[in-house]
Design a protein around this ligand. Structure first.
Ligand SMILES: Cc1ncc(COP(=O)(O)O)c(C=O)c1O
Length: 379
């Protein structure tokens, strides 16, 4: 059983993918070809935005969103203590300083009540991460940013396909960044990402950052090279046709996990509230005996992963500055979280095997007694 879907998705779409690859190679337009513009239109529509600008990675998408908003040296930017390290490093790469904020136990996303305490006059922006495929209500995040005069960038790298009352992930704040990394729910054969915005000037600034500050053949500003491969765009275009069905399939699997594991003593992730869609990029359970559980599952042929073993302020790159700061929820998460395999290519028998293996492995382990996760059972 694979933890990620990439190989099986490629197998399922093999003929169509190879035909598109051949078409791109023979066209000679292997970077920023017509497929990239087509993808940008589809992604923008999908996320309810006016503009999508495809770039070389989700990390660059975050960086460019911040830079295009004018964030740089001397600025502080609020950042959740739990995310992939790319979130915080994008802030650093822009020349600004990430100010870490603890998360809430339920969805492991930024605790806005603690964010208010972390504000200072230097604080100009916040990066809100929609984590694990779940989504916080956009209005709640936007109201916070507006109240405190902060520019808001949504990190939707893990949330493509999620929505809340008709508003899609990728549609919150001044700009959003999404990722097409091969491990994501819309995964490319390579690296890729996009910046989403409703602001035409911001979109233009990102286009320039993507390629040497160029517009109409001249360099107007600084920039590097972060173009999208046309092969990446073609494969993403193909996968977009299956995106809704695959999201639905992951939701079914999450439902089976939640039913099958409800009396195991593990804390389980909550489904989307009514009117919402959970993208189920990850299915993260919590156990005080996480390492023993992971080992027992590996012995039963179930691959797992830890997202994430260290809160961002405990990563060596940030640890010195933040060593005295307390992040109790993020620290507890790092010590108890375990991700089970969840992707649309899992077969029914494999889902049943994961449930049986977790039930077997969890029986002798102590139950999770930490702070309850929203809508979860922690017996
Ligand atoms: C929350 C989050 N932000 C940003 C990124 C960076 O995306 P990429 O890997 O495409 O650079 C990732 C990728 O794992 C992510 O999970």
């Amino acid at each position: 059983m694979d933890f990620f879907a990439a190989a099986r998705e490629a197998e399922a779409l093999k003929e169509a993918i190879l035909a598109r690859v051949e078409q791109v190679l023979l066209s000679g337009k292997v970077l920023q070809g017509p497929a990239v513009s087509r993808l940008e239109s589809r992604i923008a529509r999908h996320c309810g935005r006016r503009h999508a600008v495809a770039v070389g990675s989700g990390s660059d998408a975050l960086l460019f969103a911040l830079q295009a908003l004018g964030i740089g040296p001397g600025d502080d930017v609020l950042c959740p203590a739990v995310s992939f390290v790319a979130t915080a490093l994008a802030i650093s790469r822009a020349g600004a300083r990430p100010v870490f904020v603890d998360v809430v136990p339920g969805d492991c996303m930024m605790d806005l009540s603690k964010a208010a305490d972390a504000l200072s006059p230097r604080c100009r922006a916040m990066v809100f991460v929609q984590l694990f495929g779940a989504m916080r209500p956009p209005a709640e995040i936007e109201a916070f940013a507006e109240r405190h005069g902060l520019l808001l960038v949504e990190d939707g790298a893990q949330g493509f396909g999620a929505s809340h009352n008709g508003r899609a992930c990728g549609g919150t704040g001044a700009a959003s960044a999404i990722s097409f990394d091969p491990t994501k729910v819309l995964g490319a054969p390579g690296s890729g990402g996009a910046v989403l915005t409703d602001d035409p000037m911001l979109a233009e600034a990102v286009r320039r950052l993507r390629y040497h500050g160029r517009a109409d053949g001249i360099s107007l500003s600084a920039g590097g090279n972060s173009q999208m491969s046309s092969i990446v765009a073609e494969v993403l275009d193909l996968k977009l046709d299956h995106h809704e069905a695959w999201t639905h399939r992951r939701d079914r699997i999450a439902g089976r996990y939640r039913d099958g594991l409800r009396d195991t003593g593990l804390a389980l992730p909550a489904p989307a509230p009514s009117g919402g869609v959970h993208a189920w990029h990850k299915f993260v359970v919590h156990s005080p005996a996480r390492d023993a559980l992971a080992e027992a599952l590996a012995a039963r042929g179930v691959p797992t992963a830890i997202h994430y073993p260290r809160p961002l302020p405990r990563e060596p790159v940030f640890a010195e500055e933040w060593q005295a700061a307390a992040f109790p929820v993020a620290d507890a998460h790092a010590g108890t979280a375990l991700s089970l395999p969840i992707h649309a290519m899992l077969r029914d028998a494999e889902v049943a095997h994961v449930i049986d293996a977790v039930r077997d492995a969890a029986r002798p382990l102590p139950p999770y007694c930490g702070a309850p996760l929203a809508g979860t059972i922690a017996s």
